[in-house]
Design a protein around this ligand. Sequence first.
Ligand SMILES: [Ca+2]
Length: 121
Amino acid sequence: MAVAAGLALALGAGGTAEAAPRTTRVGSGEYLMAIVFEHDYFRGAYLELWAELCSPSTHLQYFRLPPSWNDKASSIRVRRGCDVYAFEHSDMNGGRLHVGSDQAYLGVWNDRISSFTVQYP
Ligand SMILES: [Ca+2]
């Protein structure tokens, strides 16, 4: 699982005890699909999105961000091989952004994301 290892490494110093109180994860499943960061360039608190592996037989997987993360995301790392979409509002409402690769800064989407989906391309 080279990708998973890469994501774990990306957490780096963020995985220390000092950062732990604000670190949370959402979703169930065995695969780390994306990591949302509070600040740009993968800095600050982070939130892990866990899901089942994307495959032709899996359905769309939905993530509603916890209230403390609503409109906070500024950068995102994504697992390759899945399509990750960010939404302006909860329940996949509002504008939609396809996150096709790591985004060090979300531009006009900065601090605007409220939910995500992960699905097979
Ligand atoms: Ca932010």
